[in-house]
Ligand binder design. Structure first.
Ligand SMILES: Cc1cc2nc3c(=O)[nH]c(=O)nc-3n(C[C@H](O)[C@H](O)[C@H](O)COP(=O)(O)O)c2cc1C
Length: 405
């Protein structure tokens, strides 16, 4: 638990999105963080110090000249006793103040006096957000080392307003906070890694396609685990029903040919992990129009052709990454097939999983794999897909480090 025992100083600015900071406090506290809040006087027009104090289980700070606090320089203490400062919502006004070094209330004084990392979650009307002054302030703050999460695009609280300026949702802010506070080593920082995930859809006609049962859970978990170790991850995902992992750049594709093109465009890379269940075949000529069901004519004969072998293509590519990892989903002779695949495809590792066993690896939440390399076969126990991803990310980090030496 990254947030356990961490102290967050939450500065609440005067915007409608202040109501979301109440939920943010709850989300942070349920993850073990303690939250202390500073409210601007405008913020108190939107939510009450009573609600904020009830949720933080602490008193709320708002007055720079509070006689009880300032005898021991309260604004410095607030910063000293925090691991991270979070401004949510960050108003245009608070951004302008910090970008220009103003300190005329408690919130701006704490922000100027701190030596801790600051995360801002801006929230404002889209025209305020796109104004040249706000853009200038944001650029200045980023140069000064302030981190940002959002804003997102969408409907605004004011009726009839939409665009970029919505405050990120509390859980997105929590994820950004965790990223900033996560002190774990980042052995993959500076490494570019391509990951493929999910199934491919091979069109028969504009409405029908050939697919498989891959959910993308394992590939997406691997992309997330590699990003957590600091890698610059480029995920090429077939059509899946799960969200893009955060901290990963995702390209969405449909067919095997599109996946191959997307992967080739991403080369060169330090490593590539091919988790996607790419269809082996596609129909030779997908119909441009929906194939009609005609009485007495029977079903159409689908002429199939082989799809490009993306793993073998990259395994033998002139820009071959240092490390190439393939997945082998087999239902019989898993090991024999994995070893043959390793050789044929020019891979360094094959992660072999027997997709025939009960419960169904494809679409399920657990996986039992064997890591096959030229010299070794390592059998891993039955694990969640996240745990398989973390182990594999560690293995990749270890391997890339060995190559560096
Ligand atoms: C109804 C209403 C909604 C507002 N919403 C926002 C907002 O979402 N973002 C923003 O930057 N300012 C918003 N403002 C303007 C700020 O409240 C105003 O700039 C204030 O001085 C900000 O003070 P602070 O930065 O000290 O919190 C809003 C004002 C009103 C009256």
């Amino acid at each position: 638990m990254i947030l356990s025992g961490k102290r967050i100083l939450l500065i609440i600015g005067g915007g409608i999105a202040a109501y979301k900071s109440l939920d943010l406090i709850r989300r942070l506290r349920e993850r073990g963080a303690s939250v202390r809040a500073v409210m601007t006087s405008a913020a108190q027009e939107f939510v009450t110090p009573l609600s904020v104090g009830a949720l933080t289980a602490d008193r709320v700070f708002s007055d720079l000249f509070d006689r009880n606090d300032e005898h021991d320089i309260g604004h410095i203490r607030l910063s000293r006793e925090a691991d991270l400062l979070v401004v949510a919502p960050a108003t245009a006004d608070l951004m302008a103040k910090l970008a220009n070094g103003h300190a005329n209330d408690l919130a701006s004084t704490v922000l100027l006096a701190t030596d801790k990392k600051v995360l801002m979650a801006p929230a404002m009307n889209p025209r305020m957000w796109s104004h040249a002054a706000t853009r200038r302030n944001r650029a200045t703050l980023e140069k000064d080392g302030i981190a940002f999460v959002g804003p997102a695009r969408g409907e605004m609280a004011e009726s009839g307003e939409a665009g970029e300026g919505r405050m990120s949702e509390p859980l997105e802010i929590v994820a950004a906070i965790e990223m900033l506070l996560d002190a774990q080593p980042r052995p993959l920082s500076g490494k570019k890694i391509i990951v493929t995930s999910g199934p491919t859809h091979e069109p028969i006609d504009p409405v029908r396609y050939i697919a498989n049962r891959s959910s993308g859970k394992q590939g997406h978990a691997i992309a997330a685990a590699l990003a957590k170790l600091g890698a610059d991850v480029r995920l090429v995902s077939g059509p899946v029903a799960i969200a893009d992992p955060s901290g990963v750049k995702t390209v969405h594709v449909e067919s095997a040919q599109e996946m191959r093109d997307a992967v080739e465009q991403l080369l060169p890379a330090d490593a590539a992990v091919f988790v996607a269940a790419v269809a082996d075949w596609r129909t030779e000529n997908a119909a441009g129009e929906k194939i009609k069901k005609v009485a007495d004519k029977g079903p159409p004969a689908l002429q199939m052709v082989e799809n490009p072998d993306i793993l073998a293509g990259v395994g033998h590519h002139k820009q071959r990454p240092y490390l190439v990892v393939g997945f082998a989903a087999e239902t019989q002779d898993v090991l024999k097939n994995a070893q043959a695949k390793l050789k044929k495809k020019g891979a360094d590792f094959i992660v072999a999983n027997d997709v025939s066993h009960e419960g169904g690896v494809m679409g399920g939440d657990r996986n039992r794999v064997r890591i096959v390399s030229k010299s070794d076969i390592d059998e891993w126990p039955d694990l969640t897909k996240e745990a398989v991803a973390e182990r594999l990310a560690d293995l990749i980090a270890k391997h890339l480090k060995t190559i560096e030496i």
